[in-house]
Design a protein around this ligand. Structure first.
Ligand code: GLC
Length: 557
C-alpha cells in the first residue's frame, strides 16, 4: 500500500480539463513540500481499509504538484499572512484539547467527532452523534495537523453507511444518500460496537441532508490533496460512492433550471426557514462537489459517462448562477425597473419577478461597491437574503468569478456590522420577523428573529470566511474576525451560536463545547498561519467557464 512517491515531480498531462487547472495559480504561489512517506506508511499499516489500490493517470494528474501535506510549512506567499509570524494564542492549545475530547471511536479506531460535548445540557437530542457536515472542520484541522487517519476512517465508515438500505415509513430512499449523522453504540458486556445512522428518518422534521454527500466528496478531495494518498479515492468503493451521489443529483426530471431542486431544511439550516427551491447553500456545495468529483473520477467505462454529465452540468450551472443569482447595485437597479409579463425568448425579466416583491431592506443594504449571490431564484421568487456559507463556498469553488469574489469581500467589509457584528459570522441576513416569521418558519420558537438559523451568528463559519479571505488575498479581514472570536469563544465555552442583531449574546438554546465551533477556530488559525493549506479546500477558476455576466459598476469602480 505504498503511496506514490515523488508525486511532486509528476507532470500534468492533458486529459483532465478541470483538474489540471485545479489550483494552478496557487501552485505557483505556494510551497510544494514532498509527502511525508514515513507518516504515510505507518498510516497505511493501521488502515481500516483492505481495499485494493490501482493508480490511474487521472488521479496522478489530480494530485500533481499541489498537495499540501499536514506539516506546517510557514512558507511566505503573496496572499499569505505567514510573514507576520504568530505566537500561538493560548486558546489554540485549549481548542485542541477540547477537539480531542470529542473524538468518537468505533472498534478502537477514531471515526469522527461528536457534535457537542456539553454535559451541562439537559437535552442531548442528537448532539451526541457524528454529523457529516459538522465533522468537516474537524477533518480539516486533523489534516492540517498531519493526522489523516481519522479522516480516512470517517470517509470509509460513511461510505459503508451509504450502502445501507434506507427507508422512511414505507418509502425507500435513493441509493446514494449519505447520512446526516451516525452514532456508535458501545456494548460493554459483549464488548462490541455498533453503528446507527440517521438519513433523515429520525431527524427533527424528517429533513433530507442533501449537503452530506457533497461534503463527503469535498472531504475526499481534501484528504487526497492533503496527503497525496491517491489510493483511497481510486478504490472501486470510493469511485462507486461518488457515482451514487452524482446519480442522485444529476438525474433528469422536469426541471427547466440546472440548479438542484431541494426541500426546506436540506443543509446546515436543517429546519424550515424558507430555503426550499434552489437554495444558494446547496447550489454552491453542488457546484464544488461536481468539480471535486470531476478531478477524482476515473475515466473508465462507468466513470466516463459521469464525467461527461458533470462537464455539461457545470457549464450550465455556472452560467445560471453567475447570471441570475448575482446581485449588485446595478443588478438591483435593473430588477427594480423590470417590466413584467414578458413572454418568449426575448424576455429580460425571465422569471417574471415583480419589482414590488423586492424587500425594502435590500435597497439600504446594497452598497455601491460590492455584491453577493442571493438566497434563491425561482419563478416570481427571488430570496434576497444573504447566506454566508453559500457565498464563501462560491468563492472557494470558483463558482464566483474573481470579480464577483472580490465584490463579496467588499460587501462583507462595508456591511461588517450587519454580517459580522460582534461575533463572526451571521448565518443569514436579515432575520425574518412577525408575519413573515409565522408563515415562513411555521412559528418556530427556536428560529425567532436574530437567533439560531434566523440571523444567528455561528462561529463555525469563521473557517469558511478565513479561507475565502485568503483566496481573495484579503487576510486582514479574517484577522479582524478571528480577533473578535478570540475575545469570547473560550470564555463562553465554545457556543454553537450567538443571538442578537450584533451577535452579542450566547444563543438561547446554544450547546456549549460545540465541536465545529472549536474546530472552525483551529482551521481558521492554521489557514492564516500557513496559507498553503488552502489548496485542500479551494479550486482555482476553470478558464473554460467564461464569465457571462455583464460588468457592473461594483466591478469597475
Ligand atoms: C443543528 C444544526 C445543524 C448541525 C447540527 C449538529 O441541527 O442546525 O447544522 O449539523 O445541529 O451540530
Amino acid at each position: 500500500m505504498d503511496a506514490p512517491k515523488e508525486f511532486g515531480l509528476r507532470n500534468v498531462s492533458s486529459h483532465c480539463s478541470i483538474s489540471e487547472m485545479d489550483d494552478y495559480d496557487l501552485s505557483r504561489l505556494l510551497d510544494k513540500p514532498r509527502l511525508n512517506i514515513e507518516r504515510q506508511r505507518s498510516f497505511d499499516e493501521r488502515s481500516l481499509s483492505e481495499l485494493s489500490i490501482g493508480l490511474t493517470r487521472g488521479l496522478e494528474n489530480f494530485v500533481d504538484s499541489t498537495c499540501s501535506p499536514g506539516a506546517r510549512s510557514g512558507f511566505d506567499t503573496p496572499a499569505s499572512s505567514a510573514r507576520n509570524s504568530f505566537e500561538p494564542h493560548p486558546m489554540v492549545a485549549e481548542a485542541w484539547e477540547a477537539l480531542r475530547r470529542s473524538l468518537v471511536y468505533y472498534r478502537r479506531q477514531p471515526v469522527g467527532t461528536i457534535a457537542a460535548y456539553d454535559h451541562a445540557s439537559e437535552e442531548v437530542l442528537n448532539y451526541d452523534q457524528v454529523f457529516v457536515r459538522d465533522f468537516v472542520p474537524s477533518a480539516l484541522a486533523f489534516l492540517m495537523n498531519g493526522e489523516p487517519d481519522i479522516v480516512k476512517n470517517f470517509l470509509l465508515k460513511t461510505l459503508h453507511l451509504q450502502g445501507w438500505e434506507k427507508r422512511i415509513d414505507r418509502f425507500k430512499l435513493g441509493e446514494g444518500a449519505m447520512p446526516a449523522s451516525f452514532k456508535v453504540l458501545h456494548d460493554p458486556i459483549r464488548k462490541s460496537d455498533t453503528i446507527v445512522a440517521d438519513f433523515g428518518e429520525s431527524a427533527i422534521g424528517r429533513v433530507a441532508p442533501v449537503d452530506s454527500g457533497f461534503w463527503w466528496i469535498i472531504l475526499l478531495r481534501a484528504y487526497t490533496k492533503s496527503t497525496g494518498d491517491l489510493s483511497l479515492a481510486e478504490t472501486p468503493e470510493c469511485q462507486k460512492g461518488m457515482r451514487l451521489i452524482l446519480a442522485l443529483c444529476l438525474s433528469e426530471g422536469f426541471d427547466t433550471f440546472p440548479t438542484l431542486l431541494c426541500a426546506d431544511g436540506c443543509s446546515m439550516i436543517d429546519r424550515r426557514m424558507g430555503i426550499y427551491g434552489y437554495p444558494i447553500e446547496i447550489q454552491a456545495l453542488f457546484f464544488m462537489a461536481l468539480r471535486c468529483a470531476l478531478s477524482m473520477l476515473k475515466h473508465d467505462a462507468e466513470g466516463k459517462e459521469f464525467v461527461e454529465r458533470i462537464v455539461k452540468r457545470l457549464h450550465a450551472l455556472s452560467f445560471h448562477m453567475r447570471s441570475y443569482f448575482w446581485l449588485d447595485f446595478q443588478q438591483l437597479n435593473d430588477i427594480y425597473r423590470y417590466k413584467t409579463e414578458e413572454y418568449s425568448h426575448t424576455a429580460v425579466n425571465k422569471f417574471n419577478v415583480i419589482p414590488d416583491s423586492i424587500p425594502e431592506w435590500v435597497f439600504d443594504f446594497m452598497p455601491t461597491r460590492g455584491g453577493y449571490f442571493i438566497g434563491n431564484v425561482s419563478p416570481a421568487r427571488m430570496d434576497f437574503r444573504w447566506f454566508a456559507l453559500g457565498n464563501c463556498v462560491a468563492i472557494l469553488s470558483s463558482l464566483a468569478t474573481p470579480e464577483q469574489s472580490m465584490a463579496i469581500m467588499d460587501l462583507i467589509e462595508s456591511r461588517w456590522e450587519e454580517l459580522v457584528g460582534e461575533m463572526p459570522l451571521k448565518i443569514a441576513y436579515p432575520a425574518i420577523e412577525s408575519h413573515d416569521w409565522r408563515i415562513i418558519t411555521g412559528c418556530d420558537p427556536k428560529n425567532t428573529r436574530w437567533s439560531y438559523h434566523n440571523g444567528g451568528s455561528w462561529p463555525v463559519l469563521l473557517w469558511l470566511l478565513t479561507a475565502a479571505c485568503i483566496k481573495t488575498g484579503r487576510p486582514q479581514i479574517a484577522r479582524r474576525a478571528i480577533d473578535l472570536a478570540e475575545s469570547r469563544l473560550l470564555k463562553d465555552s465554545w457556543p454553537e451560536y450567538y443571538d442578537g442583531k450584533l451577535g452579542r449574546f450566547v444563543g438561547k438554546q446554544a450547546r456549549k463545547y460545540q465541536t465545529w465551533s472549536i474546530a472552525g477556530y483551529l482551521v481558521a488559525k492554521m489557514l492564516l498561519e500557513d496559507p498553503s493549506h488552502l489548496g485542500m479546500i479551494s479550486l482555482e477558476e476553470d478558464k473554460q467557464m467564461k464569465p457571462v455576466i455583464k460588468r457592473s459598476y461594483s466591478w469597475t469602480c
